[in-house]
Design a protein around this ligand. Sequence first.
Ligand code: COA
Length: 166
Amino acid sequence: MKIRPESQEDYQAIEEITRAAFKDHPYSRQTEHLIIRSLREQGDLAISLVAEEKGKVAGHIAFSKVIIGERDQSWYGMGPVSVAPLYQRQGIGSKLVRAGLQALRQIKGKGCVLVGDPLFYDRFGFKAESCLTFEHAPKENFMALCLQGELPRGEVLFHQAFAVSS
Ligand SMILES: CC(C)(COP(=O)(O)OP(=O)(O)OC[C@H]1O[C@@H](n2cnc3c(N)ncnc32)[C@H](O)[C@@H]1OP(=O)(O)O)[C@@H](O)C(=O)NCCC(=O)NCCS
């Protein structure tokens, strides 16, 4: 299994995997593939990695800048993260998260936030932080990981692409 940056030839596979992974997700509005597309079109898909298994795209992870306390603090939002249903629970998602965080360090990202299940994201060091707030998710599902410096303080705003409707 290989993890590498996306290329144009991957766009279709990324879209298909994202749709399939979120198909039965309880909190999904089935717009995740549109979010990725919109971020890419606006040039704001800061990091986009694919997991390739036997020459096929099996998973994908995206990162984009967030605004915290109305400022760009070099923090990023992780997501959407998708692993094709047939490949789930084989360690691919974890490898994508770790590779994504490594890529974030390389572009001097100071930290990362996400909305997700603590059962999965705990293991990477993500946790709810009271100084970072996000009104659109339950407290325990909004998690942060500081990579450099101190935790900023304030309300977090994801890229406008996350407001895209189906
Ligand atoms: C979440 C997802 C990216 C994880 O990828 P994966 O390759 O299946 O995960 P891994 O095999 O690396 O990790 C497996 C571990 O995470 C746990 N896990 C996987 N998906 C989980 C989920 N949705 N909720 C809670 N725990 C989950 C597994 O129980 C397993 O734990 P264990 O190692 O203690 O047994 C993948 O399941 C997926 O695409 N799900 C649908 C879309 C989604 O929910 N995306 C994330 C939104 S926040």
